[in-house]
Design a protein around this ligand. Structure first.
Ligand SMILES: O=C(O)CCC(=O)C(=O)O
Ligand SMILES: [Fe+2]
Length: 342
């Protein structure tokens, strides 16, 4: 392949370094340990890294392999076939091959689907526009077992996401079911990220640096690797080494606000390589559109006042999605825009 489309090129400071730091893996937590142990380990991991891996999590490894196979079969089809379920400005679910993160194009293709098949979302990001629209999944004809496999996977990971929600809430000293109600009519979705081999891995990223906007993310990946997490202690990009049968968990913006900054939604990105394609499957645990996100009252007092103004999750989501389709001149909305200045 010759020239690269300039839309993919990262500015120099954001390009991946040839030499990566190897030390300091994110913690691996065994979910079959006692609750007391788990809560302590999760608290430490969330404070230090914002990320951890889990093993013995209950999602059958055979199912993870099946979804990987179905995913690869889907992406191997012709562009024409895949574009039959293309997402657009009216329906954000389905196939997409032009995603931008921070206004630079990502070296990847995606397929998105909702965990609940349909979900309500504000029609626009404008605060006073109260109109809602319905998002609906788009399913391709092929591969034939794609839909049933993806739906089964979403059901399994959703159970795990509720378990993690409980453990993380307990680790903050909150009731285990404190936030359960926020996920009735949830906007949660699963994304298949497909990263083709890239002839210019030094200039591009599979996904540019970003923070996840939901409560938490459960990520499954194949054995290729590419995810890098920004280490809180020194800002270095640390590669996450794929661990067989493990899932990678990170707390997102919503938990950062709920926890009033005890836990941080940590930046991460994906590097690509010139030899192997890669598939990763994040489950984004998103509240319902009407949920008002604000620091938990139990964690706020005179000494530790709320660090964020409350915001409407659906409006935040609608605003964030505006930048997926085209380059925009302004910075994408971020939770720091809701920060109360000291
Ligand atoms: O592919 C990965 O490892 C992570 C992808 C990611 O961060 C995302 O889709 O939000
Ligand atoms: Fe992410």
């Amino acid at each position: 392949m010759g020239d690269i489309d300039p839309a993919f090129i990262q500015s120099i400071e954001h390009r991946p370094k040839a030499k990566v730091v190897e030390a300091g893996q994110i913690p691996i937590i065994d979910l079959s340990e006692s609750r007391e142990e788990l809560i302590l380990k999760i608290e430490k991991a969330c404070e230090e890294w914002g990320f951890f891996q889990i093993i013995n999590h209950g999602v059958p490894s055979e199912l993870s392999r099946r979804i990987e196979i179905e995913g690869k079969k889907f992406f191997e089809q012709s562009t024409e076939e895949k574009r039959k379920v293309k997402r657009d400005e009216f329906n954000a679910m389905g196939y997409h091959d032009g995603e931008h993160t921070k206004n630079v194009r990502d070296w990847k293709q995606v397929f998105d689907y909702l965990v609940e098949n349909t979900a309500l979302l504000p029609s626009s990001h404008e605060p006073h526009d109260l109109e809602l629209m319905t998002l609906t999944n788009q399913w391709p004809q092929n591969p034939p077992h794609f839909r049933e496999t993806l739906e089964e996977y979403a059901r399994e990971v959703e159970k795990l996401a509720y378990k993690l929600l409980e453990l993380i809430s307990l680790s903050l000293g909150l009731a285990g079911d404190k936030f359960n109600g926020c996920f009735k009519n949830q906007l949660s979705m699963v994304r298949l990220n497909y990263y083709p081999p890239c002839p210019f891995p030094d200039l591009t990223l599979g996904v540019g640096r970003h923070k996840d906007s939901g409560a938490l993310t459960v990520l499954s990946e194949d054995d290729v690797g590419g995810l890098q997490v920004k280490r809180k202690s020194d800002g270095e990009w640390i590669p996450v080494k794929p661990t067989p049968n493990a899932l990678i968990i990170n707390v997102g913006d919503v938990f950062q606000v709920w926890s009033n900054d005890k836990y941080e939604s940590v930046e991460h990105r994906v590097v690509v390589n010139s030899e192997r394609e890669r598939l990763s499957i994040p489950f984004f645990f998103f509240p319902a559109h009407h949920v008002v996100v604000k620091p938990a009252v139990e964690l706020v007092n005179e000494k530790n006042p709320a660090k964020y103004r409350e915001y409407n999750f659906g409006k935040f989501f609608a605003n964030r999605n505006r930048s997926d389709f085209k380059k925009r001149d302004v910075e994408n909305i971020q939770i720091h825009h809701f920060r109360i200045l000291d």
